[in-house]
Design a binder for this molecule. Structure first.
Ligand SMILES: NC(=O)c1ccc[n+]([C@@H]2O[C@H](COP(=O)([O-])OP(=O)(O)OC[C@H]3O[C@@H](n4cnc5c(N)ncnc54)[C@H](OP(=O)(O)O)[C@@H]3O)[C@@H](O)[C@H]2O)c1
Length: 365
């Protein structure tokens, strides 16, 4: 049966996702809809993607709809009419601004930005609920913390995307490079949150954060070198800015493909079942089902991820509230002049996001 796939928010990640989706074999029987505020800009890019896909022999059905995710009522009406089967959320509260550029040099956990990561996906989930449409929302926005926050308010998305899934191929390549074998013979299973991905990628270190990692070669355990040595070998230069979004777009499209074609893809998924952090999982039309190795229990995996999330500055998430760690509160005050509360409710995030936006516009490193 034809599926309707909505790309909600059409910036750099959204446009890479459309490019990859447009060239997916078998996509022609399905409908892709781009939802954006900036329809003129989007139309030109969509036409370019269609022409490029046609050059390669793909003729995807792509259309465009005006959509302001800030307007819950109007978005709910659009969704009720459109009835998308899948929504790939790829908007960003402050266009073009990667928040890590502010927090990483100041050694502030990424969780500090959760008030920016939340408002638009929160409103989208409210709109989905209001529309009454049965749909699968894939959340790209800091899913390690945002998915559990949404779940705690009864607004759980289908799953998250990105983060740890971007580290795994580097680890795979590191082991393959060491063994001088093709990367496809290496399997990596990891548990950990956004912090792990950030610091192993940037500094080849988990920086004391808890994690789980097992590598196998042709199914046999690989223990020839330490995790630290693997991390060092995995540290490779990668692009920053918009080209970096090729990775998150690949996650989004792989999850969409798993759902549309009901494939049972093995991936690392942040926020499955609204859990904090990321887990190995099998993704299909039924959902992202955790696939934990035999030597780790689910409760231990959840414990690792909750502790890992606290390295990103989030102490707890419960009953529609996010609790920040003390060092974030102190650093955000000292560096950006922002008064962080001990905890914030989901519905308060948007107003606080405007305060953060204003503070960042004044900030001079
Ligand atoms: N999990 C990961 O590993 C990972 C990695 C990278 C990025 N991401 C996430 O991917 C998402 C997209 O990032 P990006 O770098 O592609 O962002 P971007 O290039 O800055 O684009 C953001 C887009 O959001 C749109 N937008 C903002 N407010 C909107 C609203 N009210 N309604 C509809 N659209 C709105 C903007 O549209 P206008 O032109 O109308 O302003 C813009 O096109 C972000 O949530 C980011 O956190 C995740």
């Amino acid at each position: 049966m034809d599926k309707k796939i909505l790309i909600a928010g059409f910036g750099s990640a959204g446009s890479f996702a459309l490019e990859y989706l447009a060239r997916t074999p078998g996509i022609e029987g399905h409908k892709i809809i781009v939802g954006t505020r900036s329809t003129d800009e989007a139309l030109a890019l969509i036409n370019t993607i269609k022409v490029s896909a046609a050059i390669m022999g793909f003729y995807p059905d792509i259309s465009l709809v005006k959509m302001d995710l800030g307007d819950v009522d109007r978005t709910a009406e659009t969704l009720a009419e459109m009835k998308p089967d899948i929504i790939a959320y790829t908007a960003r509260f402050i266009k073009g601004v990667k928040y890590g550029q502010y927090s990483y040099p100041n050694q502030i956990g990424y969780g500090a930005w959760i008030a920016l990561s939340l408002p638009l996906i929160y409103k989208l989930m409210l709109a989905v609920k209001k529309s009454g449409v049965e749909t699968k929302v894939i959340n790209s926005s800091f899913p390690d913390g945002v998915c559990p926050a949404l779940k705690s308010a009864g607004l759980e998305p289908f799953c998250g995307a990105g983060n740890l899934n971007h580290l795994v191929p580097r680890i795979q390549a590191a082991v393959a490079g060491y063994k001088k074998i093709p990367a496809g013979r290496v399997k990596v299973v990891m548990i950990g949150s956004h912090f792990l991905n950030t610091y192993v990628s940037r500094e080849a270190s988990a920086k004391g954060s808890p994690y789980y990692m097992r590598c196998t070669v042709d199914g046999e355990p690989f223990n020839e070198i330490s995790d630290e040595e693997i991390f060092k070998l995995s540290k490779i230069p990668t692009a920053s800015g918009p080209p970096r979004n090729m990775m998150i777009a690949s996650d989004m499209v792989k999850i969409i493909q798993a759902v549309v074609f009901d494939q049972n893809y093995f991936m690392h998924i942040p926020g499955p079942e609204g859990l904090a952090g990321a887990y190995p999982a099998r993704v299909s039309a039924a959902g992202a089902a955790l696939e934990l190795p035999a030597d780790i229990s689910r409760s231990r995996a959840e414990e690792i991820n909750r502790a890992s999330l606290s390295f990103d500055g989030i102490k707890d998430i419960r009953e529609g509230r996010i609790y920040f760690c003390g060092d974030i509160i102190d650093k955000m005050k000292k560096i950006f002049g922002l008064n962080y509360p001990e905890c914030i409710k989901l519905e308060e995030c948007e107003a606080f996001a405007y305060e953060i936006k204003e503070a960042l516009s004044r900030y001079r490193p």
